[in-house]
Ligand binder design. Structure first.
Ligand code: E4P
Length: 220
């Protein structure tokens, strides 16, 4: 399963990328606004930090505007993934940009039929928002299971499921259990994937016992 970082903060992305376990980055207009950085400059910098796909979202809502913005964003770096909203215009733009060879990510997916349509539009990724689903009393993970079932039925649907709006490590575990291709995580959730008190306790005990031996482990 691929793990992306959901952030536009260079320091956070650098830190996560240094683990060698990050496969891409997602941004959205809210994250760019929070970073306070000029959009194109931030995307260029992120693309240089990470080898994998870096999602950059269009702001236009009409077909021509989205295609023009998508082409410009896609020109920033080879790994830019043009993020488009799940609207009829967005899907038309997705089809055009995907056919032109750009990576695409259809965002704000809240239903299985929306995901089906995104796949038919040739999206590289579809982003179902599970946390926002949970927030309003629906089970976000059921949406992931439904999309996975649908996509698995039809080999011509090659879109990858990018689980978004992830709020805690259990979302990551459950997404992986469905076989979703990617999850995008806020940096704090990425870090939390490794948290376990028994690991900390066990390591402290091993190190204390090792010190008592007075030995050192040979190094190459
Ligand atoms: C990623 O592509 C999405 O924009 C992001 O995961 C949304 O997360 P949020 O619901 O926490 O804003």
């Amino acid at each position: 399963m691929k793990l992306f970082i959901d952030s536009a903060e260079i320091k956070e992305i650098e830190e996560a990328a240094a683990t060698g376990l990050i496969d891409g980055v997602t941004t959205n207009p809210s994250l760019i606004a929070k970073s306070g950085r000029p959009f194109a400059e931030a995307i260029k910098e992120i693309c240089a930090l990470v080898d994998g796909p870096v999602s950059a979202e269009v702001a236009a809502t009409d077909f021509d505007g989205m295609v023009a913005e998508g082409r410009a964003l896609g020109g920033i770096a080879e790994n830019v993934t043009v993020k488009l909203p799940l609207t009829w215009e967005g899907l038309r733009a997705c089809k055009t940009l995907s056919e032109d060879g750009f990576l695409t990510n259809v965002t704000l997916c809240f239903s299985a039929t929306q995901a089906l349509m995104a796949a038919k539009a040739g999206a590289t990724f579809v982003s179902p928002f599970i946390g926002r689903h949970d927030d309003v009393g629906f089970e976000g993970m059921q949406l992931i299971r439904d999309i996975k079932t649908i996509y698995d039925h039809y080999e011509e649907l090659e879109t990858e499921i990018l689980v978004a709006s992830v709020r805690h490590p259990l979302h990551v575990r459950d997404a992986a259990m469905t076989g979703a291709h990617v999850a995008t995580l806020p940096p704090a959730i990425f870090k939390a994937l490794l948290n376990h008190p028994l690991t900390d306790k066990g390591l402290a005990a091993f190190l204390a016992d090792w010190q008592k031996t007075g030995q050192t482990v040979p190094r190459a």
